[in-house]
Write a protein that binds this ligand. Structure first.
Ligand code: MG
Length: 158
């Protein structure tokens, strides 16, 4: 068994879609980034790569590569799952937190869980997504950005 943790942050801006956990959420602001800026999926990817000793998301999916412009991060998560599998591991579980002051994310959590489980080809019960506000403090509290944390456990298949 190996554990991994991941963290990601993106700035909020007008004129960008808000995509979290592969769900397009109606909102006045969206996350800024080279890819679709899916802050949750990026944290999950980094947790998995870390657990497997495969460096980090920037190593595999560099934001200087035009190939990843506006990339669907769920697709990057699927590619990560393949790397984990090729390295001789399977995903035991993922637990994650999105920190966002608004909008309310509760209505979208189940779809996020389904999307993550689908990309990782694991059961929904192995995926946890939680959302919290930061009580109006700091850059998340002022809606300047959003952040996400993820922890995962992977197990050797060999
Ligand atoms: Mg990111």
């Amino acid at each position: 068994m190996r554990i991994g943790n991941g963290y990601d942050v993106h700035r909020l801006t007008v004129g960008r879609p808000l995509i979290i956990g592969g769900v397009r959420i109606p909102h006045r602001l969206g996350l800024l980034g080279h890819s679709d800026a899916d802050v949750l999926v990026h944290a999950v990817i980094d947790s998995l790569l870390g657990a497997a000793g495969l460096r980090d998301i920037g190593t595999h999916f560099p934001d200087t590569d035009p190939k990843y412009k506006d990339a669907d991060s769920l697709r990057l998560l699927s590619e990560t799952a393949k790397m984990i599998s090729d390295a001789g591991f399977h995903v035991v579980n993922v637990d994650s937190v999105i920190v966002a002051e608004e909008p309310k994310l509760a209505p979208y959590i189940e779809q996020m869980v389904s999307n993550l489980a689908g990309a990782l080809q694991t059961d929904r019960k192995n995926i946890s997504v939680k959302a919290k506000t930061e009580e109006k403090m700091g850059f998340t509290g002022s809606c300047e950005g959003m952040k996400s944390y993820a922890v995962c456990l992977i197990e050797s298949t060999k």
